[in-house]
Design a protein around this ligand. Structure first.
Ligand code: 6R9
Length: 650
């Protein structure tokens, strides 16, 4: 990590007008932690309530009184906050500005009024298929406006959506449908990405051979590929449903703590967790962070380049921006197609002022050379954001100088699926920046560092990052497994929420996230549980055992390194290596494909049979000189073989 003082970027003079300056941040932060009830009584009113709340945070992280609730006696509807309340003031403003995969293709935009109309119709259609408060509806969708419509239509009738990233395999989709017993699946005939099509409807068909909870499948005809929906009572055409439905759909009155969505995320075990977010606290958090961290001013064009299938898309393409009356750009394509200029061409075309992307994308574009950026203007940009993984100072400097022309602050936002929204982040008008540091906590966030025994570390220190208090956007449970929620996040350091991240705090109190300390690896900003990849590998008939660790990767941040022990009689050759990579892609999805597969006659185990991952990590990282103590291994010789047969990344 770079020297703390080496590159400090003070708040630029042009940002003196920002809503919150340095003194404002300090004062608001102090109030948020010293008088949380007063603070959240004020900021909870950023959104519209049907019945106003009188309570704010009711929570305890202790085993005995464990529970988390915010604004619990208030009622609201999230879709009404994202739509109805803007109709009088900005009904004709564009809400969703859609840029298609093909730069020559026809874009689309939906005004707040048009979005409201379509959401109401589709909400009525969902009702006619039996959905209502508490129903679970799975979305397996490309990046098209109908995806936003479907999310808001669920919110309007109180149904709980579970968006599954469209890059996941039919098997992974089936597991996520079954876990929450969805009765409706919404998909499209095909998605488009980088000039290729993705067979979404065919994947759903395959997934449904394993799922019996699903009664209805709704298909958006997007590319026209793959034939018309069957209309057989189970399969329905989205456009036909919308056309037949009434545009009059009063929003369902929901309690603040009624569920809004489930989003599956990888953890340390093989089974993905259904992270549950509720309505009131989540929306307050998404809206407040979107406005303050991005200094958002309607009707500017704002672009979050994440996929709606991840939490970043939920909070910062859909809920936060629409609650704030923003124009939110939605991009169907990929950053490097047709060429490495595309992202910046889209910025110019739509006069984007705020751009929010992931370090992995920046590193991939940086490799292609500055000329792709230089041929665009980017004069509309005033703020840049980063999310998903630590941003290396080199990529930060490139983003700042080459993309932002040295004018735009960068907000490096640290947060998680579990936190609902930004947690540690600069505020552009308030925080001096240090490349690679997520800087300081957002309002109401109390980060602490602890050592492995849970001892609180003071001052400049490095340790495990925990959060000492609750915040409105916090997840409330793991779907169907409340005990796992407590066990995963609150048992390691009693009374605190454990993030799973390592972190350093410097002498100025700035936080530097160092990456996961659990068995989660961060591939291109996407979370992958090593156990998930391992169980896919051992499901292959030739594989006896597998251990998966992260390795440094120039573009992805971390790559996937798999050690595989074969069944007796099998030979580990190039063909089998390629087959195993294909196998994992098929079982989970392309993001889980190993970057390196090493065939190993044995894995390093303790005498009690535990795989020593520390050693496997070191070998994968190429640090074979510092393996540490190997004397506790059952058979120390296996390490020599592993070192001798280390494989380079593909
Ligand atoms: C929003 C999102 C969460 C994990 C998190 C951490 C890593 C995210 C980061 C960052 C350093 C940042 N992470 N943002 N690390 N700096 N600005 O990415 O959610 O997919 O749940 O991942 O990503 O390791 O614990 P999610």
């Amino acid at each position: 990590m770079s020297d703390d003082k080496a590159g400090v970027y003070p708040v630029p003079a042009e940002w003196a007008h920002a809503k919150i300056d340095a003194a404002g941040y300090r004062e608001m932060y102090r109030r948020s932690v010293e008088d949380p009830h007063g603070f959240w009584t004020e900021h909870g009113r950023r959104i519209d309530w049907i019945k106003p709340f009188t309570r704010t945070g009711d929570w305890s992280f202790d085993a005995e009184h464990f529970g988390i609730a915010w604004f619990a006696d208030g009622t609201l509807n999230v879709s009404a906050n994202c739509l109805d309340r803007h109709l009088a003031t900005r009904g004709e403003q564009v809400a969703i500005l859609w840029e298609p995969d093909d730069p020559a293709g026809e874009g689309r935009s939906l005004t707040y009024r048009a979005l409201h109309d379509e959401v109401c119709r589709f909400a009525n259609a969902l009702k006619s298929l039996g959905a209502g408060k508490g129903s679970r509806i799975t979305l397996y969708m490309p990046m098209i406006p109908e995806t936003t419509v479907a999310m808001l239509a669920c919110a309007r009738i109180g149904a709980i959506h579970s968006v599954v990233f469209a890059g996941f395999s039919p098997e992974a989709l089936a597991g996520r449908i079954q876990d929450c017993d969805s009765t409706i699946v919404i998909t499209a005939d095909e998605g488009r990405r980088g000039g290729k099509t993705v067979p979404l409807r065919a994947n759903v068909d395959e997934a449904l051979t394993h799922c019996n909870s699903v009664e209805h499948v709704i298909v958006v005809r997007h590319t026209g590929g793959g034939g018309a929906p069957k209309e057989d009572g189970r399969e329905h055409d989205y456009a036909a449903l919308v056309a037949a439905a009434s545009p009059d759909c009063p929003p369902e009155e929901m309690a603040a703590e009624d569920p809004l969505f489930i989003l599956y995320t990888s953890g340390s075990t093989g089974k993905p967790k259904g992270v549950l977010h509720t309505s009131g606290g989540y929306l307050v958090w998404a809206a407040m962070t979107h406005e303050i961290v991005f200094d958002y001013r309607a009707p500017e064009v704002y672009w979050c380049a994440a996929d709606v299938g991840w939490v970043t898309g939920h909070s910062y393409i859909v809920y936060g921006p629409l609650a704030n009356g923003a124009t939110s750009l939605m991009f169907e394509g990929v950053p490097n197609w047709p060429d490495a200029s595309r992202v910046w061409q889209v910025v110019d075309k739509h006069r984007v002022t705020i751009f929010y992307g992931a370090p992995t994308m920046l590193r991939a574009l940086m490799r292609e050379g500055d000329q792709w950026v230089a041929r665009t203007e980017r004069s509309s940009l005033r703020l840049l954001g980063s999310v998903g993984e630590p941003i290396n100072p080199e990529a930060w400097e490139w983003y700042h100088k080459v993309v932002g022309g040295g004018r735009c602050p960068i907000v490096d936002t640290w947060w998680q699926t579990e936190t609902g929204g930004h947690m540690i982040t600069p505020l552009p008008g308030a925080t001096a920046l240090k490349p690679g540091s997520a800087t300081l906590p957002f309002f109401g966030v109390v980060p602490e560092l602890v050592d492995a025994e849970g001892k609180l570390l003071e001052g400049a220190a490095e340790g495990n990052l925990v959060l000492a208090t609750s915040w409105p956007g916090q997840m409330r449970t793991v779907w169907g497994d409340h005990a796992r929620f407590f066990q995963t996040y609150f048992s390691a350091y009693p009374g605190k929420y454990f993030t799973g991240d390592g972190c350093r705090r410097d002498a100025d109190g700035y936080y530097w996230i160092t990456g996961r300390v659990d068995d989660v690896i961060n591939v291109s900003g996407h979370r992958m549980g090593t156990a998930e990849v391992e169980s896919a590998l051992v499901a292959h008939p030739k594989v006896a055992e597998a251990a998966v660790v992260g390795m440094p990767h120039a573009v992805k941040g971390q790559g996937i390194y798999a050690y595989v022990t074969l069944n007796a009689g099998e030979t580990g050759d190039e063909a089998l290596r390629a087959e195993l990579v294909r196998w994992v892609r098929h079982e989970i999805g392309p993001i889980a494909a190993p970057d390196a597969v090493q065939f190993a006659p044995g894995l390093p185990k303790t005498r009690s049979g535990k795989i020593m991952r520390r050693i496997l990590r070191k070998i994968a990282e190429g640090e074979v000189g510092s393996l540490g103590d190997t004397s506790t291994l059952a058979d120390p010789k296996v390490v020599d073989d592993l070192v001798a047969n280390r494989v380079p990344a593909a």
